[in-house]
Write a protein that binds this ligand. Structure first.
Ligand code: SAM
Length: 159
Protein backbone atom coordinates (compact mmCIF):
# COMPACT_ATOMS: atom_id res chain seq x y z
CA UNK A 1 0.00 0.00 0.00
CA UNK A 2 1.42 3.40 -0.96
CA UNK A 3 1.72 6.16 1.62
CA UNK A 4 -0.98 8.03 -0.28
CA UNK A 5 -3.35 5.07 0.00
CA UNK A 6 -2.46 4.70 3.65
CA UNK A 7 -3.32 8.35 4.24
CA UNK A 8 -6.67 7.92 2.48
CA UNK A 9 -7.42 4.94 4.69
CA UNK A 10 -6.61 6.95 7.84
CA UNK A 11 -8.73 9.93 6.81
CA UNK A 12 -11.66 7.69 5.90
CA UNK A 13 -11.35 5.91 9.23
CA UNK A 14 -11.35 9.21 11.10
CA UNK A 15 -14.36 10.64 9.26
CA UNK A 16 -16.42 7.45 9.42
CA UNK A 17 -15.35 6.75 13.01
CA UNK A 18 -16.28 10.21 14.26
CA UNK A 19 -19.63 10.14 12.41
CA UNK A 20 -20.40 6.70 13.85
CA UNK A 21 -19.47 7.78 17.40
CA UNK A 22 -21.41 11.05 17.15
CA UNK A 23 -24.56 9.03 16.59
CA UNK A 24 -23.83 6.49 19.35
CA UNK A 25 -23.25 9.07 22.09
CA UNK A 26 -26.50 10.95 21.43
CA UNK A 27 -28.06 9.62 24.64
CA UNK A 28 -24.91 9.80 26.75
CA UNK A 29 -24.15 12.89 28.82
CA UNK A 30 -20.65 14.30 28.78
CA UNK A 31 -18.16 16.47 26.94
CA UNK A 32 -15.87 15.58 24.03
CA UNK A 33 -12.08 15.40 24.16
CA UNK A 34 -9.68 15.79 21.24
CA UNK A 35 -6.16 14.59 22.09
CA UNK A 36 -3.78 16.08 19.53
CA UNK A 37 -4.98 19.26 17.81
CA UNK A 38 -2.22 19.27 15.17
CA UNK A 39 -3.53 20.96 12.05
CA UNK A 40 -7.06 20.85 13.49
CA UNK A 41 -8.61 18.54 10.90
CA UNK A 42 -10.22 16.03 13.22
CA UNK A 43 -11.13 18.78 15.69
CA UNK A 44 -12.92 20.58 12.87
CA UNK A 45 -14.83 17.42 11.99
CA UNK A 46 -15.76 16.77 15.62
CA UNK A 47 -17.19 20.27 16.03
CA UNK A 48 -19.07 19.98 12.74
CA UNK A 49 -20.68 16.65 13.66
CA UNK A 50 -21.18 17.14 17.40
CA UNK A 51 -22.94 20.33 18.35
CA UNK A 52 -24.13 21.42 21.77
CA UNK A 53 -21.25 19.83 23.69
CA UNK A 54 -18.05 21.28 25.00
CA UNK A 55 -15.05 20.01 23.02
CA UNK A 56 -11.83 20.04 25.05
CA UNK A 57 -8.57 19.99 23.11
CA UNK A 58 -5.10 19.05 24.32
CA UNK A 59 -1.82 19.69 22.54
CA UNK A 60 1.63 20.78 23.58
CA UNK A 61 1.62 23.35 20.77
CA UNK A 62 -1.05 25.59 19.24
CA UNK A 63 -0.39 25.49 15.50
CA UNK A 64 -3.62 24.56 13.72
CA UNK A 65 -5.02 25.99 10.52
CA UNK A 66 -6.25 29.49 11.50
CA UNK A 67 -9.88 28.41 11.04
CA UNK A 68 -9.47 25.62 13.60
CA UNK A 69 -8.29 27.42 16.72
CA UNK A 70 -10.36 26.17 19.66
CA UNK A 71 -11.94 28.62 22.11
CA UNK A 72 -9.28 29.73 24.61
CA UNK A 73 -11.11 28.20 27.59
CA UNK A 74 -11.36 24.78 25.90
CA UNK A 75 -7.71 24.42 24.85
CA UNK A 76 -5.20 22.92 27.26
CA UNK A 77 -1.66 23.53 26.12
CA UNK A 78 0.88 21.21 27.68
CA UNK A 79 1.96 17.62 28.08
CA UNK A 80 -0.78 15.04 27.80
CA UNK A 81 -0.49 13.48 31.25
CA UNK A 82 -0.57 16.86 33.01
CA UNK A 83 -3.48 18.15 30.94
CA UNK A 84 -5.54 14.96 31.34
CA UNK A 85 -4.98 15.15 35.10
CA UNK A 86 -6.00 18.80 35.10
CA UNK A 87 -9.31 17.96 33.43
CA UNK A 88 -9.94 15.09 35.86
CA UNK A 89 -9.09 17.22 38.90
CA UNK A 90 -11.62 19.82 37.71
CA UNK A 91 -14.29 17.09 37.55
CA UNK A 92 -14.91 17.13 33.80
CA UNK A 93 -16.32 13.98 32.19
CA UNK A 94 -16.20 12.86 28.55
CA UNK A 95 -18.74 10.93 26.50
CA UNK A 96 -16.31 10.73 23.58
CA UNK A 97 -12.54 10.97 23.35
CA UNK A 98 -10.46 10.93 20.18
CA UNK A 99 -6.82 9.94 20.68
CA UNK A 100 -4.51 11.34 18.01
CA UNK A 101 -1.23 11.91 19.84
CA UNK A 102 1.84 10.45 18.25
CA UNK A 103 5.44 10.78 17.21
CA UNK A 104 5.10 8.62 14.12
CA UNK A 105 7.36 5.97 15.67
CA UNK A 106 5.20 2.93 16.30
CA UNK A 107 6.93 1.58 19.42
CA UNK A 108 6.97 5.00 21.10
CA UNK A 109 3.35 5.63 20.17
CA UNK A 110 2.21 2.27 21.53
CA UNK A 111 4.10 2.83 24.79
CA UNK A 112 2.66 6.31 25.19
CA UNK A 113 -0.88 5.12 24.46
CA UNK A 114 -0.56 2.48 27.17
CA UNK A 115 0.89 4.92 29.68
CA UNK A 116 -1.83 7.54 29.07
CA UNK A 117 -4.73 5.05 29.10
CA UNK A 118 -5.47 5.24 32.85
CA UNK A 119 -5.52 9.05 32.67
CA UNK A 120 -8.03 8.90 29.80
CA UNK A 121 -10.14 6.25 31.56
CA UNK A 122 -10.40 8.51 34.63
CA UNK A 123 -12.18 11.11 32.48
CA UNK A 124 -14.70 8.90 30.72
CA UNK A 125 -18.35 8.41 31.66
CA UNK A 126 -19.59 4.84 31.81
CA UNK A 127 -20.48 3.73 28.28
CA UNK A 128 -18.40 6.50 26.72
CA UNK A 129 -16.43 5.90 23.52
CA UNK A 130 -12.74 6.26 22.75
CA UNK A 131 -11.45 6.32 19.15
CA UNK A 132 -7.75 5.81 18.59
CA UNK A 133 -5.06 5.02 16.05
CA UNK A 134 -2.96 3.56 18.83
CA UNK A 135 -3.80 0.62 21.05
CA UNK A 136 -5.04 1.68 24.48
CA UNK A 137 -5.41 -0.51 27.55
CA UNK A 138 -8.13 -0.97 30.15
CA UNK A 139 -11.04 -0.38 27.78
CA UNK A 140 -13.40 -2.84 26.08
CA UNK A 141 -12.52 -2.97 22.38
CA UNK A 142 -15.63 -2.89 20.21
CA UNK A 143 -16.35 -3.15 16.51
CA UNK A 144 -16.44 0.21 14.74
CA UNK A 145 -18.18 1.10 11.49
CA UNK A 146 -18.07 -1.53 8.72
CA UNK A 147 -16.12 0.81 6.44
CA UNK A 148 -13.14 0.96 8.81
CA UNK A 149 -10.37 -1.62 8.83
CA UNK A 150 -10.24 -2.80 12.47
CA UNK A 151 -6.43 -2.93 12.19
CA UNK A 152 -6.30 0.74 11.18
CA UNK A 153 -8.47 2.42 13.75
CA UNK A 154 -9.52 1.18 17.17
CA UNK A 155 -12.81 1.69 18.96
CA UNK A 156 -13.26 1.30 22.69
CA UNK A 157 -16.11 1.58 25.16
CA UNK A 158 -15.58 2.46 28.78
CA UNK A 159 -17.00 0.01 31.35
C1 SAM B 1 -0.94 13.54 14.51
S1 SAM B 1 -0.95 15.16 15.19
C2 SAM B 1 -2.70 15.43 15.40
C3 SAM B 1 -3.41 15.64 14.10
C4 SAM B 1 -4.79 16.26 14.26
N1 SAM B 1 -5.70 15.41 15.00
C5 SAM B 1 -5.38 16.64 12.93
O1 SAM B 1 -6.35 16.00 12.46
O2 SAM B 1 -4.89 17.61 12.33
C6 SAM B 1 -0.42 14.85 16.83
C7 SAM B 1 -0.41 16.09 17.73
O3 SAM B 1 -0.29 15.62 19.07
C8 SAM B 1 0.59 16.45 19.79
N2 SAM B 1 1.18 15.60 20.84
C9 SAM B 1 1.82 14.40 20.64
N3 SAM B 1 2.18 13.87 21.80
C10 SAM B 1 1.77 14.75 22.78
C11 SAM B 1 1.85 14.76 24.21
N4 SAM B 1 2.42 13.75 24.87
N5 SAM B 1 1.31 15.80 24.87
C12 SAM B 1 0.74 16.83 24.20
N6 SAM B 1 0.62 16.88 22.86
C13 SAM B 1 1.14 15.85 22.15
C14 SAM B 1 1.58 16.99 18.77
O4 SAM B 1 2.06 18.26 19.17
C15 SAM B 1 0.75 17.04 17.50
O5 SAM B 1 0.24 18.34 17.27
Amino acid sequence: MSRLESMRRRLTAQIDGINWAADLIKDIDGDVLEMGLGNGRTYDHLRQEITGRRIWVIDRVLKPHPSCIPPKDDFLQGEAEDMLSKLADAGHKMALAHYDFGHGVKELDVTEGGALSPFIAALMVSGGLVLSQQPLVGFEQIKGPDTVDPERYLFYRTP
